[in-house]
Design a binder for this molecule. Structure first.
Ligand code: BGC
Length: 919
């Protein structure tokens, strides 16, 4: 329908329910509906909307059949409008439509979508948890040496059933204690990987909903599943698997198949004692250790009707209580990309090292030809080579080894599904024959958060940095935001996540992903109000460190600012407040010194030590300030006042204890200044001096940084904010150690954990902690979008309503541009300099306004589409200032040019040729 509308008509697109397009199986009783707007006309905005919903798409046009009709509501709200129609029913698809009116009150575009509810009530479930009787079979994969624990076995479950007619609709609701792959009539169901994902399992286990209408047949059918350890009972974090099982000893499966027939009847089939289980080709599978498939033990047809064998025996009903089941609220992990081998190098008889040219996360699909029966091929994964061989030391206990034992069937294809590895190289050992590139493919997986941002500029090294950042994001957004994907860790560290969240939300729509993970963060909080270092809580049970625990406050606030998600703020609010109260209780003099947990300071800083109390107290102030603002948004006025007072008091304590009269901050490190400046902890009169101290430190080190995880996110933004974009760019372009470009010069295709992961002078850092795929130091990505290209929002703006477009040119690049798909629509900003003129292109989505800063020494030279900017439609104001000109814009696309900074100020103003001249 939208296609027929002129581009000048305001039109909704990108419809979402609960922050996903067409979600299947949601369980929010009042889901929130969102749409974005597009329109090429300047000044376009929505003045009203109407939402309608019906159970059938065709009924949306029939007023009498509507379930919900808001009528025309005068409102500019376009996202997260709460359902206030009738109570939703389980397992029901709701079609919905949005119509909008434009700024003149004229009816404009409309669009429609749907969402479907899952099982909303515990009473909807009739299934019980089933699995292998723990006494029945010993583990099959023996320890490989004395220090290793056995891996758990993989269980195949099945149940035959018949139907007299083909259902008109069939849904499978399923989950596991473990990770599972559902099967129906010999086919894989859905495209989820590592379902049900990882949550604080004691508190919540997610179930998945699959549309299996096309898979159910008339007559005999077979429903099955394969279940492996996963996070439930496998190796997780850096604890040994046994006896430190985090959740349970044995895997289990739970499923409910709901069939609806044309005559209105329903049939429900659930996991129960009638199911059988047995072994299959997968001998063992573990997220950290790898997967072993013995194709000789494959039982073709095991998941087909009647395909059972003697090896199958009745399941044990493990639990008749459901436990804390919730619908999966965000995008699942999926295989989203394949990469071909770019180089295959023979390293010995039947041993090959394959290079994919990119450090990635996923698995390898391998074709084996003409192997003899029982022939074993080994795949070992590594991020990096040392002397041409895999560098494995940094994997610590993670074996990251997949094993394939051939059936001897001619052409055989091996692809593990219950493990994942972080690697660029794979060693294939004992390969029969010689592999060709077509035999080896890397399959890239991650939580399938839609990509929303692009950044590009004239400097290939900076573009490689952006690529490294996005690959770090891909590899570490796997069910939870992890620190790293390769060694025995892969934990949801809170500081890493809070530092990187602003960058992540430029690149992708991570609203549902982070909102879901925030539940784990909140669930992990202890009774005293302490958030932990990681969520879900494993391996580390103590109070979260400064800047780590604070992630529990910072992330919900970031989700509010970026996506306008008030619900995540509401749901996290008590926990946010409790965290601040916890710090305060233990530190009555308001300097955060007392800790019962860890304190990592400015983790992995270089050559300097930022005093921990300075960093901690700065974060205490920052969290108190955020809680004050959140309280205000949520209408908790007295909390807002208390926390504002608390922030002021912590700030005063910070100044008294750590700030000198000359603007020095205790420790004198870059991070000490950055924290004080970024969190507003200096008296106004001392800000210029502090900026000078910071600048002097960077200059004295020949433009080298010393920041670790915590400081690095603030480095370029703070320098730019205080008029030192020159230094921010100098750091961006620094080629020598330590710098982003240094790692790129040494072949990095992802962000390294440490500035000195590998150096010319010292080689590899200690293997005990040296990942080549950590995203924290990639937090500079937010600044690439925000200042290099120039897309930001004003401090009081929410969800990009008031854009702050500040393109920041520099001698070292000639152009930069970024686009970002925000909740309101597309935002773009880019600039280029040619012949002494800067040209800025900006796109402001309907309903938003923008402040666009054009840097120019010559305010009179500003032209909007070749004519003087003042008075042009859409340009609300033109104000000269010290750095150039500020334009105030309504929605629309703009091309603005002016004499470039640094160009001859008296260069003639280029005016548009008149129509006569061009003819
Ligand atoms: C992790 C980091 C984490 C840090 C805290 C490391 O092992 O990889 O990402 O933030 O520990 O100490």
């Amino acid at each position: 329908m939208n296609d027929l509308l002129a581009d000048t008509t305001l039109r909704p697109y990108g419809l979402q329910a609960e922050q996903r397009e067409e979600p299947l199986g949601i369980d929010e009783p009042r889901p929130r509906l969102s749409w974005k707007l597009a329109c090429d006309r300047r000044g376009s905005a929505q003045s009203a909307y109407r939402l309608t919903a019906a159970e059938r798409a065709e009924d949306l046009n029939k007023p009498a059949r509507l379930l919900w009709d808001t009528g025309r509501r005068d409102s500019d709200q376009t996202s997260l409008v709460e359902w206030d129609g009738p109570e939703l029913r389980s397992g029901t698809r709701y079609h919905w439509r949005v119509e909008v009116w434009d700024e003149a009150g004229s009816a404009a575009g409309a669009a429609q979508s749907w969402f479907e509810t899952g099982l909303l009530h515990a009473r909807d479930w009739a299934a019980v948890w089933v699995g292998r009787d723990p006494l029945r079979l010993p583990p099959v994969d023996p320890p490989q040496d004395d220090h290793e624990d056995p891996l758990g076995s993989v269980v195949y479950l099945r149940r035959d059933f018949t139907v007299d007619s083909v259902p008109v609709r069939a849904r499978l609701y399923a989950t596991a204690r473990g990770v599972y792959e559902p099967r129906l009539n010999g086919a894989r169901v859905g495209d989820h990987e590592l379902a049900p994902g990882w949550t604080e399992y004691h508190r919540r286990i997610q179930y998945q909903t699959y549309d299996v209408t096309d898979l159910v047949r008339h007559g005999a059918n077979c429903l099955g599943a394969v279940v492996a350890d996963g996070w439930w009972s496998g190796y997780v974090g850096f604890d040994a698997r046994r006896p430190a099982h985090h959740y349970g000893d044995h895997t289990a499966f739970l499923a409910q198949l709901v069939l609806e027939f044309a005559d209105g009847s329903r049939r429900v089939l659930t996991t129960d004692a009638t199911w059988t289980e047995g072994p299959g080709a997968i001998q063992s599978a573990d997220l950290l250790m790898g997967q072993h498939v013995d194709a000789r033990r494959d039982m073709p047809g095991w998941d087909e009707p009647g395909g059972t064998s003697e090896a199958f025996c009745p399941v044990a009903v493990q639990d008749t209580t459901l436990g804390p089941l919730v619908a999966e609220p965000d995008q699942p992990v999926r295989v989203v990309k394949e990469l071909p081998a770019v180089d295959i190098h023979q390293r010995g008889s039947q041993r090959f090292i394959v290079d994919f040219g990119q450090n990635l996360v996923g698995r390898v699909r391998l074709t084996v030809r003409n192997a003899t029966r029982g022939h074993r091929v080994l795949l070992r994964h590594a991020e990096i080579l040392a002397d041409g061989e895999l560098y494995l030391d940094n994997l610590r206990r993670a074996r990251a080894t997949d094993v394939y034992t051939a059936a001897g069937d001619g052409i055989e294809v091996f692809e593990p599904q219950f493990t994942f590895h972080g690697f660029r190289y794979v060693e294939i050992d004992n390969y029969p024959g010689e592999p060709s590139p077509a035999d080896i493919t890397a399959r890239v997986l991650h939580s399938d958060t839609p990509w929303t941002g692009e950044f590009e500029c004239s400097d290939p090294v900076v573009n490689q940095l952006q690529s490294n950042i996005t690959w770090g994001q891909r590899g570490n957004f796997v069910a939870v935001p992890t620190d790293c994907p390769q060694r025995d860790e892969r934990l949801g560290w809170l500081a890493d996540a809070q530092i990187f969240a602003p960058t992540a939300s430029r690149n992708a729509d991570v609203s549902a992903f982070f909102a879901r993970w925030m539940r784990d963060v909140v669930d992990g909080q202890d009774e005293d109000g302490a958030f932990r270092d990681v969520a879900p809580v494993v391996s580390l049970r103590r109070e979260g460190a400064p800047a780590w625990g604070d992630g529990g406050v910072i992330i919900p606030w970031h989700l509010w600012r970026t996506y306008g998600d008030r619900r995540v703020l509401e749901r996290s609010y008590d926990a946010m407040k409790a965290w601040v109260a916890h710090i305060r209780r233990h530190n009555p003099d308001l300097r955060w010194r007392h800790r019962t947990g860890n304190s990592y300071g400015d983790w992995l800083q270089v050559d300097v030590t930022t005093p921990r109390d300075v960093l901690s107290t700065a974060y205490f102030a920052h969290s108190a300030h955020i809680v004050a603002q959140a309280a205000q948004i949520l209408g908790h006025d007295s909390d807002a006042a208390t926390h504002q007072t608390l922030y002021d008091a912590i700030r005063a304590a910070f100044i008294e204890s750590y700030v000198g009269d000359d603007g020095t901050v205790q420790g004198g490190t870059q991070t000490a200044y950055l924290l004080a400046l970024a969190f507003g902890l200096l008296p106004e009169r001392l800000v210029p001096a502090a900026v000078e101290h910071l600048a002097a430190d960077i200059e004295k080190r020949n433009h080298r940084l010393t920041t670790g995880f915590v400081g690095v996110a603030l480095l370029c933004p703070v320098l730019c904010e205080h008029g030192r974009a020159d230094l921010a760019y100098a750091l961006l372009h620094q080629q020598d150690f330590p710098s982003w470009a240094y790692s790129i010069r040494h072949g990095a295709t992802t962000i390294w954990e440490r500035w000195d992961g590998w150096t010319d002078h010292a080689g590899f850092q200690s293997a005990t902690m040296n990942s080549f795929n950590h995203y924290s130091l990639g937090s500079v990505g937010d600044w690439l979008f925000g200042r290099v290209a120039g897309i930001d929002q004003t401090p009081s703006s929410v969800a990009y309503r008031e854009l702050l477009l500040r393109p920041t040119p520099d001698d070292r690049i000639t152009w930069a541009r970024a686009t970002q798909e925000t909740v309101r629509g597309t935002v773009a900003c880019g600039w280029s300099i040619t012949d002494g003129r800067i040209t800025v292109n900006a796109t402001v989505p309907p309903g938003s306004t923008a402040v666009l800063e054009i840097p120019t020494p010559e305010p009179d030279s500003v032209r909007e589409s070749d004519a003087p900017a003042a008075g042009r439609p859409g340009v609300l104001g033109v104000v000269p200032n010290a750095a150039g000109v500020t334009l105030r814009l309504t929605s629309g696309r703009y091309t603005v040019s002016a004499i470039a900074p640094g160009a001859e100020a008296n260069q003639p103003v280029i005016t548009a040729p008149s129509l006569q001249e061009t003819r």
